[in-house]
Design a protein around this ligand. Sequence first.
Ligand SMILES: [Zn+2]
Length: 339
Amino acid sequence: MVLRPDFPGEKQMNTRPIVGQSQLVKMMDSIIASGRVAHAYLFTGPFGAGKKTLSLLFAQALLCEGEGEKPCYSCRSCKQIDSNNHPDIYHLVKEEDKTRIIVDQIRDLRERIRVKPYQSELRIVFIHRAQEMTVQAQNALLKTLEEPPSHTKFFLLADIANELLPTIISRCQIFKVNSLSTPDTAKILMDRLDILREEASFFATIACGIPGKALMLASNEDFKQKRDRLIEKLGSKRPNDLLDLVPLFTEDRDLAFDLFDVLVFWFRDLLVAKETGRTDKIINMDKLSYLGRQTKAFTSRALQDNIELVEKSRRAIEGYSNFQLTIENMLLAFTGGAN
Ligand SMILES: [Zn+2]
């Protein structure tokens, strides 16, 4: 399988080079070379890990009409996939007003795949967030997987595979899409965003090597501004300065959990800088000037306490403690760390 060279200015997910998944790409290559294509594949791995990117690349290679290495990125089929316009690719997702993928959708799908593909030899049905299928829907799908039409292949994408029936999983060949190394994730960020290496490396770390999450955080201006303000003010000994930070957390509660990570990585960096005097193990490489200033404001003991306090507050909020009060208490307690 050939990976398309990086054309500047183009932003489609499925045409970008795949970074750091060489094992999976190799597996796909050997399937294509042998021509032994299974009836169903399950792409599983955390949200944002790259299941969609990889499965689309595989589909593109399978349906490619070009000669030589696949996908060729230039034949009719490859171009149709790039523009999300291929007549033999179906995307099944949960309907907007529903909480699950329901059995009627699978019944409707079974009707639609009775007929031959429109243009290619194969039709590919993507079932996105397959874990959202009701048990009834899964049982209906199972019937199809047990007697699959030869011209239709199923690509199931699931964040959490164990919410699928074991009988469904056993009918699928599995592609496990794992998180990437920090440098590989940082490379994806640098390829796609206007971002410096130091900053890319921070976002790759905070997203635990999940490219989708790293991209989402690194392109979220609100998050970036909040991180800047947080880091700027943490060295302050004035309670009012710290209380000014409360709205950063309370305005957007989903983002608050990512801000907890910002705090933990920041205190951890301060501790590393203080204890070792070195910068090569620092995560917040783009914030070295603040780091230098703040190492003097905290004792090592206080930094360890602060990290514990952040984790304790995170658990308290997950356990439905008063959100605002927990944040206020946490921020005020950081002053206790100042010399
Ligand atoms: Zn092609």
